[in-house]
Design a protein around this ligand. Structure first.
Ligand code: HEM
Length: 416
């Protein structure tokens, strides 16, 4: 049985891995819209067929219908035909976690996660973000040069989130390293996974015995009565989801402030336009471009496309955000306040409350601290030589090389 059997509408499908997505995503997506409409037949790696939803209204519809578009990858009608080394397997491998659960189970676990996150004091979170950002900046501020993606943006969120979980300080460096291996999805990912899992198991056992003021203890104490195993799996989801989105948001915002005069990082412009730049990035270079995360529960039709039971529906957040029907014009006054983008997805399976707000505190503080510590930071290369990572899923730069006047570290930092 070939991969394309059962996919008659994919005869002229778009081979996404070969498509010119990264240099000008808006132009690419508008070309797709003209040729295929708001729901596009695509081929992913190894010519695996799927549907890419690029229309704003259609994406809103799909994410608002959990009874029609499920989250459990075991529904996928291609799962047993996937090549063993399929690159995006991590996204479609079922695990007993919050992310792949549906219905009542989803409400139970999603409710516990939202309550545990919502108890985080925002001022305390900002304080921890400032300390971590200073700690990370200290590592390169004396060098006069740095790669703000590898040495800053990718360093920050995991260091913050693992502290919110109540992990012992001594565990942090190795865990943060393993989280990077996991999210990189490279050859280290497979060996890093069991190490992160084991560390979360130890954390849950520690907090079961000695609860503290942290996310893990609140999950364990929640009325949802999560088991230790459920808590371990959901902490893994939280670490991965919070790091990937927030790190790319920091990196893409620093890029915008370094290349776009409207946001130029001059001392007078910097601070006042960080929120506007963060929002502009969510519209124009959203950290999560696409997500292979919905599976049709039964045969249905969206924008004239017949979607069969078990078909994979890829959520095209970046494309929906640049849909001409909703795209806000560039920089009109107050555009920073237009938050109707789809960058946190939508509906029951979307980025759970209050994660978007916490993600914004992490990203905003990281950008502001960097601006304060290195006021004359500027690009070390011409803007047009910056390269986006060739990922179908995440929007992030390969690197962001900068120069600045070397400064002294702020020294020993106390967490308590
Ligand atoms: C503290 C920060 C964050 C936390 C704790 C967090 C947590 C989560 C969790 C638990 C999920 C899984 C929901 C599910 O599939 O059931 C999720 C999904 C998602 N998150 Fe976040 N997140 C954070 C920051 C961000 C940021 C900064 C972005 C992007 C700007 C983002 C975008 C998304 C998207 C697009 C999804 C996919 C939802 C879907 O499949 O519909 N998240 N997040």
């Amino acid at each position: 049985m070939t991969l394309m059997e059962g996919y008659p509408q994919h005869a002229d499908a778009v081979r996404l891995p070969e498509a010119p997505i990264h240099d000008d995503p808006a132009a690419f997506h508008n070309e797709l819209r003209r040729t295929y409409g708001p729901v596009v037949p695509v081929l992913l790696d190894a010519d695996v067929p799927a549907w890419l939803v690029i229309g704003y209204r259609e994406l809103h519809y799909v994410t608002s219908q959990p009874q029609l578009f499920g989250r459990d990858p075991r529904r996928w009608n291609m799962l047993d035909r996937l090549p063993g080394d399929w690159p995006a397997r991590l996204f479609v491998t079922w695990q007993p976690n919050l992310m792949y659960s549906e219905g009542e189970e989803r409400q139970r676990r999603g409710g516990a996660v939202s309550d545990a996150l919502d108890a985080i004091e925002r001022t305390e979170l900002t304080r921890i973000c400032e300390l971590v950002a200073d700690l990370v900046t200290d590592r390169f501020c004396g060098d006069g040069e740095a790669d703000l993606v590898a040495q800053y943006a990718q360093r920050i969120p995991a260091e913050i989130v693992t502290r919110l979980f109540g992990l012992p300080e001594v565990d942090l460096p190795d865990l943060v390293q393993d989280i990077h291996h996991l999210l990189d999805g490279g050859k280290e990912a497979a060996s890093a996974y069991p190490r992160v899992h084991a560390r979360m198991e130890r954390l849950v056992a520690l907090k079961r015995a000695r609860p503290g003021h942290d996310v893990t203890s609140r999950l364990l104490a929640h009325a949802a009565r999560l088991t230790d195993e459920e808590t371990v799996y959901d902490l893994m989801v939280l670490v991965g989801a919070s790091h990937a989105g927030s790190a790319n948001w920091i990196g893409n915002t620093l890029r915008l402030m370094l290349v776009d005069d409207h946001f130029s990082m001059t001392l007078q412009g910097g601070r006042s336009s960080v929120s506007e730049a963060l929002n502009e990035v969510l519209w124009k270079d959203t950290p999560t471009m696409n997500m292979p995360s919905r599976f049709a529960v039964r045969d249905c039709e969206v924008a004239g496309r017949r979607i069969r039971r078990g078909d994979l529906v890829v959520l095209g957040f970046a494309a929906a955000n640049t849909d001409p029907q909703v795209q806000p014009a560039a920089h009109p006054a107050g555009s920073g306040a237009n938050r109707a983008h789809m960058s946190f997805s939508h509906g029951e399976y979307g980025c759970p409350f209050p994660a978007p707000e916490l993600g914004e505190i992490i990203a905003k503080t990281a950008v502001e601290v960097l601006l304060d510590r290195l006021p004359d930071v500027h690009l070390a290369v011409p803007p047009e030589s910056l390269r986006w990572r060739p990922s179908l899923w995440a929007r992030t730069l390969e690197s962001l090389p900068v120069l600045f006047t070397p400064t002294a570290p702020v020294g020993k930092i106390s967490w308590h």
